[in-house]
Design a protein around this ligand. Structure first.
Ligand SMILES: *[C@@H]1O[C@H](CO)[C@@H](O)[C@H](O)[C@H]1NC(C)=O
Ligand SMILES: *[C@@H]1O[C@H](CO)[C@@H](O)[C@H](O)[C@H]1NC(C)=O
Ligand SMILES: *[C@@H]1O[C@H](CO)[C@@H](O)[C@H](O)[C@H]1NC(C)=O
Ligand SMILES: *[C@@H]1O[C@H](CO)[C@@H](O)[C@H](O)[C@H]1NC(C)=O
Length: 241
């Protein structure tokens, strides 16, 4: 004898299928992902993550801000003595993540190319940590408005080309990293909204292109401690103190 939904049961059947089953897997994932982040970071040096447990709502965790739909949109854990390797495969499963602030910690190891999956990111601060190796090409993060990687131990080739499509960048801080020597990155001249540009002490050589005068929004420009030569273009003399 087989069972089929009668008229009375059809509504219930639909309800079981759609009303209950759809919303939960998404929420479950988000809750599941952050303890994963917690277990990866070395807890011994900080208590900031103590509130991160199944007993609390994800949106009440320290450092987490959710949007109206209850999805994580911001992680702000700057200056919290965090140490460990960042699991970007988990972090970037947070589909609504727009802001990730992890500056001034003791995070180490390489940065995974999985960071490219955080496509909604507008603010990324990984500055002032103890990372190693080259920074990956993150060309898919075209919505970035602010990118801080300064003084964080990155070396090797920096893929300046990836900046080309990040036309909404207003703040770019890459200085104090021992990158391989590179000519002044002309890609930056296309970032017309830049108001903060910190490229001091990161192995830039050769001439400063006069076209830098086209960055009319600039209020802070720092290029000291590089291997620059030639004249300082008239266009940026206003930055000299
Ligand atoms: C965690 O940090 C403490 C203090 O810095 C250190 O002694 C310990 O070895 C670290 N544990 C791991 C698994 O890295
Ligand atoms: C370096 O990065 C930190 C964030 O990690 C930021 O607060 C600071 O302003 C940056 N310094 C410069 C000179 O851009
Ligand atoms: C830049 O910002 C504007 C306004 O917020 C937005 O419409 C546009 O899609 C953004 N561009 C990129 C490349 O994300
Ligand atoms: C330049 O950056 C290195 C890290 O790459 C840092 O150790 C050094 O103190 C910086 N030099 C200056 C003059 O700030």
């Amino acid at each position: 004898m087989s069972y089929t939904c009668g008229y009375h049961q059809i509504f219930l059947c639909f309800c079981l299928l759609f009303c209950f089953s759809l919303p939960f897997p998404v929420k479950f994932d988000e809750l599941h992902l952050l303890p994963n982040l917690k277990s990866t970071l070395n807890k011994s040096t900080t208590s900031v993550l103590d509130s991160w447990g199944a007993a609390n709502s994800i949106c009440s965790f320290n450092g987490i801000t959710c949007n109206d739909g209850g999805f994580v949109k911001e992680i702000e854990l700057s200056n919290q003595k965090l140490t460990g390797v960042l699991p970007f495969d988990s972090i970037c499963h947070l589909q609504s993540l727009q802001k990730l602030f992890l500056g001034f910690n003791s995070l180490y190891g390489p940065i995974s190319e999985k960071l490219n999956n955080c496509v909604k990111l507008e603010y990324l601060d990984l500055g002032n940590n103890l990372f190693a190796g080259s920074f990956p090409d993150i060309s898919s993060l075209t919505q970035l408005k602010s990118l801080h990687l300064n003084n964080s131990g990155f070396s090797g080739i920096f893929s300046w080309k990836m900046l080309e499509k990040m036309t909404n960048l207003t703040a770019l801080s890459l200085g104090d990293n021992p990158f391989d020597r590179s000519p002044f990155p002309n890609q930056i001249l296309k970032l017309k909204k830049l108001s903060w540009l910190y490229l001091a002490n990161c192995s830039i050589e050769g001439k400063i292109p006069p076209a830098i005068g086209g960055l009319t929004e600039l209020v802070n420009l720092e290029l000291e401690h590089n291997h620059l030569s030639g004249e300082i273009p008239m266009e940026i003399k206003r930055f000299m103190v």
